[in-house]
Design a protein around this ligand. Structure first.
Ligand code: C2E
Ligand code: MG
Ligand code: MG
Ligand code: MG
Length: 284
C-alpha cells in the first residue's frame, strides 16, 4: 500500500519533472530566437521629481512580444535568462536600445536621464565598463545621464568584484540605484560600501502606507536612511495620491507608479513628455 503510493508519487514527480525540463527547453530555444528575430521591446516608465512634478528620468522595462504566446512579462523570463547566461545578450541589447532612445529624446529637446535594470550576472562581464564607454560614445551621451538599477543580490556573491566594477562605472559619471529596497538582504554596511546615489523603496512598502502606524513608521525609517547615507530616495509603485503625499511630505525625492503613468511604449512616452512640457509652461 505504502509502496504503491510511494511509486505513484515517484511517477507524478517524474511527470512534473519532465514537463518542467521540457518547459525550460522551450523557453531557452524561444529566447535565443527572440534575440535574432527582434521580439524584444522596451517600455519606459517616468520617474517624477516630487518637488517640481517634472519628469526626471525614464526607467527602461523590457517586454517580449512572443509570436505565439503574445506579450510575456519580464518576471516570466528574466529569472530564467539570469540562470542561463542569456541575460548577457539580452542585457546588452537593453543597454544599447535604452541609450539609442535617450539620445533621440535628447535630440527632440527633452533633458531627461535613463535608468537601466542590470542583473548581478551582467556585472561578471569583464568588459561591462568598456561596453558602457563605447555605447555612450556611440550616442554622444554622458555617463551622468545614465543610472543603473541593481538589487541586493549584488552584495551576496562576488562582492569585491562587483564593488570594483561599480567604482569604475561611477568614475565615468554613471549613477547607481538600489532597486526593490527592503525585501532582500541589505545591511547598512553593504549600502555604505556600495554607496548608491538612489535608493528605491519597494512597492510592497509603498502599498502599506496609510494601513497602520507601524507601516507608516517603517516607510519613514527607510526615507530617514538618507540622513545616514547621502542618497536620493525614490518611492516605487505609487498608485494613489495619499501615497504620493505621504512620501513627498516625509522627504522622499522621486516617485514612480501608475498614479503618474504606467510603463509606455516609446512613442507614447514622448507624448507624455510633450503633454507635461506644455502644461508646465502655461500660466496656472
Ligand atoms: P523593477 O525594476 O522593480 O520594475 C518595477 C516593476 O513594477 C515593473 O514591472 C513596473 O511595470 C511595475 N510597476 C510600476 N509602477 C507600478 C504600480 O504603480 N503598481 C504596480 N502594481 N506595479 C507597478 P515589470 O515591467 O513587469 O518588470 C518587473 C521586473 O523585471 C523589474 O522590476 C525588473 O526587476 C525586471 N526587469 C524589467 N526589465 C528588465 C531589464 O531590461 N533587465 C533586467 N535585468 N531586468 C528587467
Ligand atoms: Mg527597476
Ligand atoms: Mg523595483
Ligand atoms: Mg521589482
Amino acid at each position: 500500500d505504502a509502496k504503491a503510493r510511494g511509486r505513484g508519487c515517484y511517477q507524478l514527480y517524474r511527470k512534473e519533472l519532465t514537463e518542467y525540463v521540457h518547459g525550460r527547453l522551450l523557453l531557452d530555444a524561444d529566447l535565443r530566437k527572440a534575440i535574432i528575430n527582434h521580439e524584444f521591446e522596451l517600455h519606459y516608465q517616468p520617474v517624477i521629481d516630487l518637488g517640481t512634478n517634472q519628469v526626471a528620468s525614464a526607467e527602461a522595462l523590457i517586454r517580449w512580444n512572443h509570436p505565439q504566446r503574445g506579450r510575456v512579462a519580464p518576471d516570466e523570463f528574466i529569472p530564467y535568462a539570469q540562470e542561463s547566461a542569456l541575460i548577457l545578450p539580452i542585457g546588452n541589447w537593453v543597454i544599447n536600445e535604452a541609450c539609442r532612445q535617450l539620445a533621440q529624446w535628447k535630440a527632440q529637446g527633452f533633458n531627461i536621464n535613463m535608468s537601466i535594470n542590470i542583473s548581478a550576472r551582467q556585472f561578471m562581464q569583464l568588459d561591462l565598463v568598456q561596453q558602457f564607454e563605447q555605447t555612450l560614445e556611440k550616442y554622444a551621451l554622458r555617463g551622468e545621464q545614465i543610472t543603473l538599477e541593481i538589487t541586493e543580490q549584488m552584495f551576496l556573491e562576488n562582492t569585491e568584484h562587483n564593488l570594483k566594477q561599480i567604482c569604475e562605472l561611477k568614475n565615468r559619471g554613471i549613477k547607481i540605484s538600489l532597486d526593490d529596497f527592503g525585501i532582500g538582504y541589505s545591511s547598512l554596511s553593504y549600502i555604505l560600501r556600495f554607496a548608491p546615489q538612489y535608493l528605491k523603496i519597494d512597492r510592497s512598502f509603498v502599498s502599506l502606507i496609510g494601513t497602520g502606524k507601524e507601516h507608516d513608521e517603517m516607510v519613514n525609517a527607510i526615507i530617514g536612511l538618507n540622513k545616514i547615507i547621502p542618497m536620493h530616495i525614490v518611492g516605487e509603485g505609487i498608485e494613489e495620491e495619499h501615497q504620493r503625499y505621504f512620501l513627498y511630505s516625509r522627504g522622499c525625492d522621486f516617485g514612480q507608479g501608475y498614479f503618474f503613468s504606467r510603463p509606455l511604449p516609446a512613442t507614447q512616452f514622448l507624448q507624455f513628455l510633450q503633454t507635461r512640457a506644455t502644461t508646465e509652461s502655461q500660466p496656472s
